[in-house]
Design a protein around this ligand. Structure first.
Ligand code: KG4
Ligand code: ZN
Length: 334
């Protein structure tokens, strides 16, 4: 039949993004205005600065997405916007823009959960096969999700304290590496050996939850104790040991879930999917287990609007539309 074009909008954190996606699978454009350079100066995302930047960028970003896709608003069947979870002031900018266009042009509105978006980034690469297990790891989230059908999410486990990316960023700060620290730790880890003993938070034997704050404390203590004794610890070895602990727990819990639920696919998503240690380990374990692994390209792993449009397409097919009372919900459950 006729192709369906969804305009996606994402402003939940520090990227202003708009995209046009055809039939939930084909990216026609995916424009991302990153604020990373501004927040770098503060060592983290400053919510007020993020909101203001979104306001400045949103209109041009949407226009650019339409232009690059070679479409106009007349071609758009629905507008899919992230309405949570995220920073409330940031979410509101995207939601307000989506509602304004929806109202002015009579285009149906769809509210999308940010994590559903991260998972659906995978569908821009490969068709989903159910049941599947998705590991979503970013600066704000660590979730292990079971899907038995499109648009149906069952959270198997999530972090009880820090998100995986947050743990990377905090350990990087302790090692005096720039923000965001994840990529720096990843690089440093390649130069070291995991010979520093660090804990693994397996939690209860049947739990799929995660916990990274104990590991982070163990790293800080190791550094502190060494300096007290006048010893030095090779930062590369410490980075390698930290990475080993994080990736072992993430990968083993994912594989256990894949086995328990007979998953046909394992999906990886979120900014930490960039981590080479994690990708390699997950690749090896999925191969050994005989389960297909999908990892989107980096540009689709970090926050972007194409993934929001892809997730929104499922709502479109199910006729799940939002009213003009749609609001940003910072703690929105999946
Ligand atoms: O998904 P994302 O771009 O933003 C959200 O948090 O939603 O993820 C950013 C996070 C940061 O914590 C960053 O340090 C981490 O992903 N990250 C990495 C790597 N690249 C980015 N963590 C570990 N290894 C990497 N190579
Ligand atoms: Zn995200």
């Amino acid at each position: 039949g006729e192709p369906t074009y969804i305009l996606g909008i994402e402003t939940s954190c520090d990227e202003t993004s708009a995209a046009v996606v055809q039939d939930g699978r084909v990216v026609l454009s995916n424009v991302i205005a990153s604020q990373a350079d501004i927040h770098k100066r503060f060592g983290g995302v400053v919510p007020e600065v993020a909101s203001r930047r979104h306001v400045e960028n949103i209109t041009l970003t949407i226009e650019e997405a339409l232009t690059r896709a070679g479409r106009t608003l007349d071609d758009i069947h629905a507008i899919a916007v992230t309405y949570g979870p995220g920073l409330v002031g940031a979410l509101l900018v995207g939601v307000a823009a989506a509602k304004a266009i929806s109202f002015a042009r009579g285009i149906p509105l769809i509210g999308v959960h940010h994590i559903a978006g991260h998972i659906y980034a995978n569908r821009l690469v490969e068709e989903m096969r159910f049941p599947l297990v998705a590991l979503v790891v970013s600066g704000g989230h660590t979730e292990l999700v079971l899907m038995k059908a499109h648009g149906e999410y069952e959270i198997l486990g999530e972090t009880r304290d820090d998100a995986a990316g947050e743990a990377y960023d905090k350990v990087a700060r302790a090692l005096k590496l720039p923000y965001p620290g994840g990529p720096h730790i990843d690089r440093l880890a390649r130069e070291g050996e995991p010979r520093v003993p660090l804990p693994r938070a397996w939690l209860e034997p049947d739990s799929y939850d995660f916990s990274f704050s104990g590991l982070k404390s163990a790293v800080l203590n190791t550094l502190h104790n060494a300096s007290q004794r006048g010893e030095t610890i090779d930062p590369a070895d410490l980075a390698a040991s930290f990475q080993d602990s994080v990736t072992e727990v993430l990968v083993e819990k994912t594989i256990r879930a894949a086995r328990e639920y007979g998953a046909r696919q394992v999906l990886l998503a979120g900014g930490v999917a960039a981590n080479r240690g994690l990708r390699e380990r997950l690749q090896q374990r999925c191969e050994a287990e005989g389960v297909a692994l999908v990892i989107p390209p980096l540009s689709l792993c970090t926050d972007n609007a194409a993934m929001i449009a892809a997730a929104g397409y499922i709502h479109y097919q199910k006729g799940q539309f939002a009213g003009l009372d749609l609001n940003g919900v910072p703690g929105l459950p999946l």
